[in-house]
Design a binder for this molecule. Structure first.
Ligand code: SF4
Ligand code: SF4
Length: 154
């Protein structure tokens, strides 16, 4: 479900380039407009869609689960602190949601540079950086071998 850019709406500001976690939104050097250079690496995270001040980015749904005729539109309004979603189904039904841009106060989340560098032993761990402290749990929940059962799907 990769993104694509409506070239006539894009003004080349580059916000989508800065925010894309997959680094696939780029500015075409000839046309000075953004484009998705590797659609199959799109996370479908909608970050670029929400960040674009021109509403120039859309997400193309794959036909198996997002049939022709549907649409998902997103509007980020920083001054209101909200993101509005409009979901249209192909039978005409529509659902609208409004959610806060973030649920924690601005400045309350430390940046990566404010954390101490990980110890060398952390390279051998499957935990992500600063887990489990960042999740505020003593230890990550894991399944013990005796909690796994064979044949559940039979
Ligand atoms: Fe990048 Fe996410 Fe936009 Fe895909 S939806 S292009 S991963 S920001
Ligand atoms: Fe174009 Fe929107 Fe990307 Fe800015 S954020 S470069 S307007 S697609």
């Amino acid at each position: 479900m990769p993104t694509f850019v409506y070239m006539t709406n894009c003004d080349g500001c580059g916000y989508c380039v800065d925010i894309c976690p997959s680094d696939i939104m780029h500015i075409d050097t000839t046309y000075r407009r953004a484009y998705n250079l590797e659609p199959n690496m799109c996370w479908e995270c909608f970050s670029c869609v929400k960040a674009c001040p021109q509403q120039a980015i859309d997400v193309r749904g794959y036909a198996d689960f997002a049939p022709l005729g549907h649409s998902v539109r997103v509007l980020r309004e920083a001054e209101k602190g909200t993101i509005s979603w409009r979901i249209k189904f192909r039978d005409g039904r529509e659902k609208n949601f409004v959610s806060p841009i973030r649920t924690t106060p601005w400045g309350s989340i430390k940046g990566p540079a404010e954390y101490a560098p990980p110890a060398a032993a952390a390279m051998a761990s499957q935990d992500l950086a600063h887990e489990p402290e960042a999740l505020k749990v003593g230890a990550l929940p894991t399944l013990a071998r005796n909690q796994l059962k064979k044949g559940l799907l039979q």
